[in-house]
Design a protein around this ligand. Structure first.
Ligand SMILES: [Zn+2]
Length: 157
């Protein structure tokens, strides 16, 4: 478990809140992700190290689903996308985490998975810069999502 990058990140958070952390829920952390072409893109990481949803206790899974839903709603209210995309993959890091991609009408590839653009970004510095550039600073985006979570009455711990 010590080699899991998300477990290491969570251990570090216990000492000092990471600047990319938007919110700490009872069962998960919400981080602003680096792909801000998808303005408001966040990753929700479970506090429990588990590979699969069925590895979690029923109560924890249900609570996590509420945290996921609140996070998505807050992002939606903050950046008003056409649609939220929810992706739970874990092929690279097998620790439960959801990628929350807001998708916008202005995206010429709005019918494609976000990963196609991100695969190009891994190959090409120009595409990388484009995929990481948002319309505002990450600090402003984090503050707006956090503000929505506060207004929604999200629990924190
Ligand atoms: Zn882990």
């Amino acid at each position: 478990m010590n080699s899991c990058p998300f477990c290491l990140k969570i251990q570090t958070l216990a000492q000092q809140l990471a600047p990319d952390c938007v919110w700490e829920f009872p069962h998960s952390h919400l981080f602003l992700g680096k792909w801000q072409f998808y303005h408001g893109y966040c990753v929700l990481v479970t506090k429990t190290h588990a590979r699969e949803l069925f590895d979690l206790a029923t109560e924890e899974r249900a609570a996590l689903f509420e945290e996921l839903t609140l996070a998505a709603k807050a992002i939606h209210l903050a950046v008003t996308p056409l649609k939220m995309n929810y992706e739970l993959l874990g092929n690279q890091v097998p620790h439960l985490h959801w990628h929350l991609f807001p998708r916008f009408e202005s995206d010429p590839e709005k019918l494609q998975p976000a990963w196609l653009r991100l695969a190009r970004a891994e190959q090409d510095p120009h595409a990388l810069a484009q995929a990481m550039a948002g319309p505002e600073t990450p600090e402003k985006t984090r503050a707006r999502i956090r503000n929505q979570l506060q207004q929604l009455g999200a629990n924190s711990s």
